[in-house]
Every structure is written in structure tokens, then in C-alpha cells.
Design a protein around this ligand. Sequence first.
Ligand code: CO
Length: 314
Amino acid sequence: MATVNRAPDTRPYVPAAEAGEIRAPALVVKGRPASDGAGVKLYRVIGGQSLPDLDPFLMLDEFRSDKSADYIAGFPDHPHRGFETVTYMLAGRMRHGDNQGNTGLLRPGSVQWMTAGRGIVHSEMPEQENGLMWGFQLWVNLPAKDKMTAPRYQNLDADLVELLSTNDGGALVRLIAGDLDGHTGPGSTHTPITVAHATVAPGARLSLPWRADFNALAYVLSGSGTAGSEGAPITGGNLVVFGPGDSFTLVADDDATLELFLLGGQPIHEPVAHYGPFVMNTRAELQQAIDDFNAGRLGTIPANGLHPYRPRRH
Ligand code: CO
């Protein structure tokens, strides 16, 4: 993506006055190579050695490869309990299916928002045999009161995101979920968070008001530039963790378009007990989740049973 095209329905975006404190980067980290599912190679940005977790975010993985061996095995049937997964595709196609009867095809620009709640068994499998597969999966924790909520699935196609642009047209923001300066994205969240994908044209600047009670993160998808009031240099693969304040600034270098995944959320401030695909508050609740899964109480997808008919799309 090299240029910023104003879509016809793009609304003018007027940043709030920068009256308060501008957030400075507190930390710039890089993800580490990891493997998950049936052997999908990925970069773990949050939830690994670089950054164990960042309340309310438990994990952020980037998968990006044009080698089918890196992704073809996908993520076959597996359970979750106690949190939400958010998957955002930039390239390629991935098919979701779960034991609640939900199916969805993730395509470039689409978002899948799955609330595991008390339990879900799902699979995420590539629907392509070659070519680039590029996307993200974010794990958002649920507070104790919502951990056993009913499972929910939202499939948000690319045309649903709220498109916003800066007044000078230098930056485009696709608001996926949460609130941003009076605008609201289509994703419905339990834990208050904001998720957006921003494109900043070469030399352009993006200043965004950001709730002071949210943390503020910017993951650089591609390009290079600077972040924050101190102009810290950033490049592809960097995660910027901003310090306190109520706005932040990102500037693209003159020769590169800066693509960013922006994230913020309200910390839950509860104990986290995490084992594989289950995230609860206590070890006893984790043991219960494992027992429930082993007893089939989270449900199973019958290997040889009948599934709802879903035509293949190419
Ligand atoms: Co999963």
C-alpha cells in the first residue's frame, strides 16, 4: 500500500486539541519468532519473552510468510476459555469454524472477533495453498465477571470498518473497534479497548487523542518514522509502548509510508492464571477449564459428522 486514497465516504477527521500531555514512548520492543497451532511460524510481540503481557492484552502474534510450509498446517480444532481472540487479516484467506455453528472466511482487511467466554472449540485453517499469508491475532483478557459469558462470534468484513482521515489527507485510520475521538468502530468489545489500522503517507504526521485510562501501543507493520513527543525512531516489527498522557503522535519518514496497528485498552487489574488456551483468575479455575474440556463440556467438532454446507470461495 503506497498511497492514501480518500474513499468517497471518508469523513473529515479533526483531532482534539492537544491540551494535555503527549505520550512519549516508554518502550520500543521487537517480537520474537515462535510457533503455534499445528506448526504455524509467527512473531510473538506480546505474550512472549519480549513482553509477557500488557493488561488487558495477553498476546499479540504476527504471522507473515509467503512460504506455504510456514502456515499450511493452520490451527486445527482447539479450545479457549476466559478471553477474546481478535484476528485481523492483511493478506491471504483463513477459514474459521467453531462448535457454536459459526463459520467465517477471513480475507484481507477483515476482522474476526471471537469471545471464547465459558468455552468454545474452533479451528482457523488457511484457505490457500500458496502466496502471502499476513495477519495478526490479539488476545484480549476478560474480567472475572465476564469470563464465563456466552461465546460470541463477530465477522467484520473490510467494508465495515470506520474510515477516518486527517484534515490534510496525510493519514488514514481504519477504526476496527472501540472509540476514537468521538467515532466508534464496528467491533463490539467486552473489555474496553480501541483497535485501529493507520496508514501515514511519506512525511505526514498523525496525532491522535487517546484515552488517558487506556494503555497505548503502536505496532509498525511496515515503513519507518518516529514516535511520540521525543521522536523516537521506529521501523517495521517494532512495538511502541507509550507512556502516560492523552494523545500520541506518529510521523512517517519522507521516503516511506508508515503502516501501523494501533491498540489500547483499560487494564483489568486482576490476577491472571494462564495455561495454553485457557486464561482464568486462579489455578483452580484453570484446572476446572482443563477438566471441562477433557469431559467434552466445552464441546467438540465431530470429525466425521455433518457440517453446515459452505461453498468454497476463490
Ligand atoms: Co484459537
